[in-house]
Write a protein that binds this ligand. Structure first.
Ligand code: ARG
Length: 457
């Protein structure tokens, strides 16, 4: 393609280090779409004649059929997907193939292809995340009043409901979706026509190619167009944040599935056994979701490091932009699907959750709040009184509600029979009616909104 000024071919290792075809063949659909839009525009502008446009277009469609049927041939001497396709086009239609690259460089070509690919990737992740949200909402609705211990520092803190807990992840995934949508909006400008770096003297129509490829408009600076990959980083950052959320849910499933907790039993489909310990049911899928999140973050850091020192405009370092994006996309897709499957099929042990919620003095805050409301104590004093009550219960090995009234009154005479109604976990949960609180009435409101948003019957 550029042999005119060279006398010797490349060294074998040069060929190998230079070639991107082993991975950028994943861009073939976008590359063919970009070329078809480009040549149609060249035709409309009178830069390439109609017969050649037709030959090139038919040739590109034939190549697409070949790739679809047999995959993309990995010819390292041809370096990348752009050259593999152009060279095949020349084999099929002859010298007219050479007109396709008029007013174009591989620099704007690859920038366009890659934006199209990332846009398609976002369009795939979006419905997958909606599926995960639907799974979370459906299970939350089943368990809107199932009491479990809520934790801070992984210590029993206050009772919450499982529905509330699952809906927390619905909110996180909703923000992930909005981050991907933001990335898509910013990405959707077309770099095609920026040419190598400076634009072109041909009378091209960048608005036409942008529209043909589904972009909102052309990009506004040719140097920026071929040299930035922030659209890919936006995608990777959104993917990393999403993977972190999946990892935290996975981690909770791992903890909950452990014998000391026993809050959840993962279905056979999402567990593995041990070759030596017959009793084992390991949460491997959840562990891999947790593990993959680290790799996805690694992909984000890899591209950040690739880009951080590059002068304008294109440098070959940028060819390394694709592997981390492809890897992150594959890992994220698997992770979302696995998490959806685990959420849908998990059996929650609500009896265990309730027993643990009742055992950890998790309603101590309710007693303190009651002392403030009924006894008029300042909260700090109520906190102190309740702390002494907890200590007594701990010494006797009973729950707060099991302490006799005279013992409670020995700590503070202002405590009366009325407080007993509050010391149960259901009453505690039902009382948390502030907006977004754990009261089933509140959680249900949000579930109903979520179901409408997700188109759930
Ligand atoms: N395979 C290259 C890449 O992915 C295409 C751009 C080549 N441009 C160049 N000036 N060598 O970045």
């Amino acid at each position: 393609m550029w042999g005119g000024r060279f006398e010797e071919g490349p060294a074998a290792v040069m060929r190998e280090i230079n070639a991107s075809i082993p991975f950028d063949k994943r861009l073939w659909r976008q590359d063919i779409a970009g070329s078809k839009a480009h040549v149609a525009m060249l035709g409309a502008q009178g830069i390439v004649d109609t017969a050649d446009v037709a030959a090139i277009t038919q040739g590109l469609e034939a190549i697409a059929g070949e790739y679809e049927a047999n995959g993309v041939p990995e010819d390292l001497t041809l370096e990348d997907i752009h050259m593999v396709t152009e060279s095949r086009l020349a084999e099929i239609i002859g010298p007219a193939a050479g007109r396709l690259h008029t007013a174009r460089s591989r620099n704007d070509q690859v920038a366009t292809d890659f934006r199209l690919w990332v846009r398609d990737a976002i369009d795939m992740v979006e419905p997958a995340l909606a599926t995960l949200q639907r799974a979370l909402v459906a299970r939350a609705e089943d368990h809107v009043a199932s009491v479990m211990p809520g934790f801070t520092h992984l210590q029993s803190a206050q009772p919450v409901t499982l529905g509330h807990h699952l809906m927390a992840y619905y909110e996180m995934i909703g923000r992930d979706r909005s981050r991907f949508a933001d990335a898509r909006r910013r990405l959707n400008q077309c770099p095609l026509g920026a040419a190598a770096l400076a634009g072109t003297g041909y009378a091209i129509d960048r608005h036409a190619t942008a529209a043909a490829l589904g972009f909102d408009r052309p990009t506004d600076n040719s140097l920026d167009s071929v040299s930035d990959r922030d659209f890919a980083l936006d995608y990777l950052m959104a993917a990393t944040q999403c993977a972190v959320h999946l990892s935290r849910l996975a981690e909770e499933f791992i903890i909950w599935a452990s014998q000391p907790f026993g809050f959840v039993s993962l279905s056979d489909q999402w567990s593995t056994g041990s070759s030596i310990m017959p009793q084992k049911r390991n949460p491997d899928a959840a562990e891999l979701v947790r593990g993959h999140s680290g790799r996805i973050a690694g992909c984000m850091v890899a591209l950040t490091m690739t880009m951080k020192g590059l002068p304008l405009a294109y440098s070959k370092d940028m060819q390394d932009d694709k592997p981390p994006v492809f890897e992150a996309h594959d890992l994220l897709g698997l992770s979302i699907a696995a998490m959806s499957g685990m959420v849908e099929s998990a059996t929650f042990r609500t009896d265990r959750m309730r027993a643990l919620a009742e055992s950890g003095f998790a309603t101590a805050t309710d007693l303190a709040d009651w002392l403030v409301r009924s006894g008029g104590l300042p909260f700090r004093e109520a906190h102190h009184v309740t702390g002494r009550v907890v200590k007594l219960a701990e010494e006797r090995g009973v729950t707060l509600g099991e302490l006799p009234l005279d013992v409670l009154q020995s700590v503070d005479p202002r405590i009366t029979q009325d407080c007993f109604g509050l010391l149960g976990v259901d009453a505690s949960v039902a009382s948390r009616t502030s907006h977004g609180g754990t009261a089933p009435s509140e959680v249900l409101k949000r579930i109903i909104e979520a179901k409408v948003g997700l188109g759930m019957g």
